[in-house]
Design a protein around this ligand. Structure first.
Ligand code: NDP
Length: 330
């Protein structure tokens, strides 16, 4: 594979918080469609398509698959066989904190879990280090000092270049975790929550400004609400969509007539703007300066290309934003 020489021409890169690191405004996640049960060649083509479009950041976790771990194994194979020589052009992340192996050490936030999991992830991907290592979700039963201490150790050992937090929705807890890291001399690069037009709007007045003040960037996952914020479910549930995939996280029961009515209203505004709903949904997340990057998923390469075209129209008129709020309000 020879990457396109024009791969950096149109992507936008935003500085992540107060760090020196810039991330592409669109990043690609390997949660669905990159596991051992999926079509490897399609997965490979999606990675190539993304990289050719200037997407330098690929987001993984210990448990992505299925089978858990297999997305990292597949990504490692793509690196080994195709993209290894471009390692310094890539930002690769992984996470630990969801159930990964049996017994009391395969989950949550102990030092034992985090450090063992990171070693496993590095082995699966064939890497000496990841660029970002996250605690995947808060663990109310483990002292924050222990979990953050494990991130700090991985950082000091050079097994990760940066550390991050994911799903720390409570602003007080997020601020405390970042403070604990800072007291250990380790800057927190980034926070990764779910955020889109249909989810977690309280972040806008809670964790986003609180962490922005502390110099932490935000990368928001499921910006398309797993496909709901596209035109795909406007007229029923099409074959091959995530909602029909028994392994998919989105269930047909989530696609209620009320949600489809909202999506229809949003779709009409997107059309007036001359873009698809997927493109408008991504631009909408990126309207906030706190958001460094939107973390999309995809099931085929063409979807990635469509998403990247959102960059052609990121700005919103006041009136458009007000009409979107009116549709989302009920
Ligand atoms: P999205 O909201 O972007 O949903 C992706 C899905 O939307 C695709 O699989 C596809 O569904 C559909 N889609 C994408 N582009 C288009 C398009 N242009 N037109 C039509 N449909 C489209 O995000 P995900 O839910 O996949 O999550 C993204 C990433 O976020 C994950 O891979 C992971 O890295 C991260 N994440 C992190 C979590 C955490 O706890 N930290 C939890 C969940 C996700 P279809 O299959 O129907 O074609």
């Amino acid at each position: 594979m020879i990457p396109s020489p024009t791969r950096y021409d149109s992507m936008h890169y935003r500085r992540c918080g107060n760090s020196g690191l810039k991330l592409p405004t669109i990043s690609l996640g390997l949660w669905h469609n990159f596991g051992s049960v999926d079509d490897y060649e399609n997965a490979r083509q999606m990675i190539f398509t993304a990289f050719d479009a200037g997407i330098t950041h690929f987001d993984l976790a210990n448990n992505y698959g299925p089978v858990a771990g297999s997305a990292e194994t597949n990504f490692g194979r793509i690196l080994r066989e195709n993209l290894g020589e471009y390692r310094d052009e890539l930002i690769i992340s992984s996470k630990a904190g969801y159930g990964m192996w049996p017994g009391p050490y395969g989950d949550l936030g102990s030092r034992k879990h985090l450090l063992a999991s990171l070693d496993q992830s590095l082995k699966r991907m064939g890497l000496d280090y990841v660029d970002i290592f996250y605690h995947h979700r808060p663990d109310p039963e483990t002292p924050l000092e222990e979990t953050m201490g494990a991130l700090a150790q991985a950082w000091r050992q050079g097994k990760t270049l940066y550390v991050g937090l994911s799903n720390y929705y409570n602003p007080e807890m997020a601020v405390k975790a970042v403070t604990v890291l800072q007291e250990m001399g380790v800057p927190c690069l980034i926070h990764q929550p779910a955020y889109n037009m249909l989810a977690n709007r309280t972040l806008e007045t809670g964790t986003f400004p609180a962490l922005e003040k502390m110099g932490v960037g935000e990368i928001v996952f499921t910006p398309l609400a797993q496909g709901l914020l596209t035109d795909k479910y406007l007229n029923g549930i099409p074959d091959g969509s995530r909602a029909t995939n028994p392994r998919g996280f989105l269930k047909a029961s989530h696609i209620t007539p009320e949600k489809v009515a909202v999506v229809r209203g949003l779709h009409a505004i997107a059309q007036e703007r001359g873009q698809s709903l997927a493109q408008m949904a991504l631009a909408w997340c990126l309207r906030l300066p706190a958001v460094t990057s939107v973390l999309i998923g995809a099931s085929r390469p063409a979807q990635i290309l469509e998403c990247v075209k959102s960059l052609e129209k990121l700005s919103f008129a006041h009136d458009e934003l007000a009409r979107i709020e009116a549709i989302l309000a009920p």
